[in-house]
Design a protein around this ligand. Structure first.
Ligand SMILES: C[S@@+](CC[C@H](N)C(=O)[O-])C[C@H]1O[C@@H](n2cnc3c(N)ncnc32)[C@H](O)[C@@H]1O
Length: 198
């Protein structure tokens, strides 16, 4: 998908991944596992996860390729009086000055890039070691190839994205991803990867 396609998606309708809050599978992470103070959300959409992190007191930077989504995210933050540094940026060519980050979240970005091509995945992943502070936590929520949607990632693919020695204590857990196409709530098979920057 190109920049224009995502802008069009956000402009014309509520996308199926926009469920009014962070993915429920991230609840235990949000409650107990976020390392601060600085947190990055890559591919943040309209900012529900980033806002949830800001409410918990973290210093949040959140980027998305869609300027339309970022505009909607800024409106939500302003309505709540929350401070989040939202910026329209392509995750394959990030330019961030407020890192390194103590936690990095990717809720649905990696699987979106993998649908484009491997080069997008490689360009994105190559930046993460430099954005993550030593000991930083990275969380990736991604659709499984077994979701029945005709696309998605495997557990082996996810592990290969975060190789040792740069990344340590990597785990991949099967989880449920929630989507709302046409207002109907769906549960889809996915994965939650956790890893730590050495
Ligand atoms: C499946 S949605 C997930 C949105 C949000 N993280 C959530 O959990 O609801 C994927 C997001 O990645 C964004 N995206 C796709 N390609 C991107 C890129 N190259 N750089 C930054 N964001 C991108 C899309 O605009 C979209 O908001």
């Amino acid at each position: 998908m190109s920049v224009m396609d995502y802008d069009e998606v956000y402009r014309s309708s509520r996308p199926p991944w926009q469920i009014g809050g962070p993915q429920p599978a991230l609840a235990p992470v949000l409650d107990n596992e976020v390392r601060g103070p600085k947190v990055l959300d890559v591919g943040c959409g309209t900012g529900d996860l980033a806002l949830s992190l800001a409410r918990r007191g973290f210093e949040v930077t959140a980027v998305d390729i869609s300027a339309v989504a970022i505009g909607q995210a800024r409106e939500k933050a302003a309505a709540e009086g929350l401070t989040v540094h939202f910026d329209a940026q392509d995750a394959t060519h990030l330019s961030l000055t407020d890192g390194p980050f103590n936690s990095i979240f990717d809720s649905g970005l990696l699987h979106s890039l993998q649908r484009v091509d491997q080069q997008h995945v490689d360009d994105y992943l190559s930046q993460l070691p430099g954005l993550a502070a030593p000991g930083a936590a990275v969380f990736v929520l991604a659709m499984s190839i077994e979701s029945g949607e005709g696309w998605g990632l495997t557990e082996a693919f996810l592990h290969a994205c975060f190789p040792a020695p740069t990344w340590t204590a990597t785990t991949v857990e099967p989880i449920t991803i929630t989507a709302e196409p046409d207002g109907e709530r769906l549960s889809l098979r996915g994965f939650l990867l956790r890893t730590t920057r050495a």
